[in-house]
Ligand binder design. Sequence first.
Ligand code: FAD
Length: 391
Amino acid sequence: MARRLDTYLQTLISEENFDFYSTVRDFTDNEVAPHILQWERDHELVPESCIRKMGEIGLFGLPIAEEYGGQGGAQTELILMGLAMGYHSQSVAITPGAAISLGAKPLQLCGTEVQKRAHLPDLAAGKRMFVFGLSEPGRGSDAANPEVTAKKVGDDWIISGEKCWSTNAKWASHVIVHAMTDPDGAHAKRSTCFIVPIDAQGVSYVEMSGKRVWEQSSTGSIMFENVHVKDEDVLGELHNGFKVMVTTLNGGRLFIASLALASLAFALDKTRVYAEERIQFDDKSIGRFQRVQDVIIDMDIVLERNLTWLIHLCRLYDENRLSREQAAKVKVDSSRAASELIAMAMEVCGGVACLDEFGLIRHHNDVFVTRVGEGSNFALKDLIVRPLRKG
Ligand SMILES: Cc1cc2nc3c(=O)[nH]c(=O)nc-3n(C[C@H](O)[C@H](O)[C@H](O)COP(=O)(O)OP(=O)(O)OC[C@H]3O[C@@H](n4cnc5c(N)ncnc54)[C@H](O)[C@@H]3O)c2cc1C
């Protein structure tokens, strides 16, 4: 059965891009799909052997320039990876996704030449992984005012505090720490980003327990106890670290939208096939009921509409013309629509949708993260409304 995702992508992207998408789709069909249920039942993170294979097919270097050892690809390729891999598992897809769009990206956007040469080749090869250290136990949406501090003492900066919800913490080589450096500065001009090695003295990590979404993705709390770093570890401008973080999140939000649509694409295929196979009343399929058809039609419309929108925004991103509002809107709309429709898809499938082996419950749970991750949808509306209030 042809995936509806494939049908739409064929009309939206170049042949070269579709070949790349097919490579990641086949990789995921072979390396992830046959194992994901067992990984879930065993509460296992993505195995390191699987991450290594992702590195071997070049996924970690996708949008990194060739001069730094990457594939020199564009945002579209990153999104295609999210769609192809997220179709079976968002939590597997977010592993390279966060490594690229949240870990390596700030370095690509704001790093010095020395920092880029020091890290990007190993990041592109999958030998290192950077973690995006924005969120804290006391600072989620209010991220411009970190409680983690970095104080200048002599030649050193001394970092203290805790980051949480750090995706890929288990595999991290470094953390990009967003820390308060000038509490008396103007709003959003009080913080600085630092590149901190995970094995620096005073850094410790613990995997967060009890998470029932993105189960195969590592999510850690990272503690900093008087960790010493130098001026050359500052990423971007001093006291302008929030800009580094929010600029990075523009691309990240496009990736999150791709995960929401990947889950929707899976749910659509699963539901339309099941609706034809499930026989109830008079030896006929439930696919003949118009209320069932309505759910399937709505999923199909949203998938085609938002894929078209997302691919368009990827092109704007590559041309440096994507606004923060545009990235926020496609993330808000895709995540909200996908989660509402996946809940409806489960209702169409009935009791069987509650079984892990059916696959829908995984996407139902994981799609929730796309509503709160990289800016909760409610908070992002503050951003979206700004141009609407200018008159
Ligand atoms: C699985 C997972 C992985 C993550 N990975 C990372 C990572 O790698 N790095 C990282 O830094 N962070 C990461 N995060 C954190 C994520 O970005 C935050 O959860 C998100 O920013 C929201 O913050 P919060 O959860 O503290 O919610 P809060 O800020 O406490 O907000 C709670 C709720 O309050 C409401 N709200 C908040 N502000 C507003 C507002 N202005 N207007 C209206 N309503 C509002 C919303 O409903 C919101 O959902 C991850 C989170 C999850 C769940």
